[in-house]
Write a new protein. Sequence first.
Length: 407
Amino acid sequence: MVSIAVMGHGVVGSGVVEILLTHKQKLFSRLGEEIYVKKVLDLREFPDSPIADRFTKNFDEIINDLEIRVVVEVMGGLNPSYDYVKRCLKAGKSVVTSNKELVAAHGAELLEIARQENVNFLFEASVGGGIPIIRPMNQCLVANNVDEIAGILNGTTNFILTKMIEDGMQFEDALKLAQDLGFAERNPAADIEGHDACRKICILASLAFGKHVYPDAVHTEGITNITLEDVKFAEKFNCVIKLIGRVKRLPDGKIDIITAPMLVPEKSQLANIDYEFNGIMVRGDCTGDVVFYGKGAGKLPTASAVCADIVDSCMHLKRRRFLYWTDGDGSNIIDVNDSVFKMYLRVNGENAAQKAEEIFGKITAIQDVKRCAILTDAMTLSEFREKCDKLAAQGVEILSTIRIGEL
Ligand code: HSE
């Protein structure tokens, strides 16, 4: 029997306990031992839980219990998660987490502590919910140099955008629905402003390129400025708008990383990933494109990935699974102003398309009753901004600009 503790009994934590109880026999046959949830840490009461007697509000009961070999952190946020996880690792306990904020902020440090203590720090559920992505990238794709990763990494925003695209729903109504369905983060700003997706592409970039990428170093835009008008124009260009986390390896070895809404061509595999589903394309130099697809949020999908890590940790007590990257200082990341994209603009003004053509060169334009939408050729962000300034100086109002993801 391996004793574990679960810190947090929210959406994911309760799902973990549920799977460990409902799939007890299945997991026993895989591990050859019972996984026993000895403690559950939460400040709230859960009198109806089948393991109500094992709840505690006191972290000391976990850290000081020598029988507890694996600790599951599903509280979310950094405080007190960071402190608790660090102390658990230093106490020689393996840690499994779904907490992308924690991994994106402190992954390199926690992996290093795990290495020193010869325990495991596993976080499959931190990216893509129920989709296997960390382990496949770390094991199955290990013979590749990763050239690019692009993903729809946030279920809440993908749900909102799908509702806007398919049902013409307003942003706020779709967000409320996503929250009611339990996809959204405690603070929905992390979803809609792109921080959650950014954390996830940072984790994947750290894993793929071996150096920690901190979210602060990544240009991040959310979907709060996306309007139904943009959604409709995108459709006319045979595209859909998706929030994309993307990292690309450049010929000089640096990386170009961004989180932003993008117009994705309808023929792209990522264009057809809807609702709370996530999709991640990994382009390896040997494999070509490999696409991972599934539920990126929600109770049981995320808990399923956590449970797989629990089993792995229980199987490898005091033996490390190779999962590691070193700290990073951002010097391998190019400035966002040097990043190259084709662009979409929605503008308003007399002869807007003609003026845009004079400034941007070759464009594709669609003129609606009042508005004009334009697609440009590829250019750096700084060049694009200069040209937008020139267009504005000619009396054309720029209402929105969105990158085009050639995915
Ligand atoms: N709020 C996140 C999402 C949950 O919507 O994808 C999973 O990380």
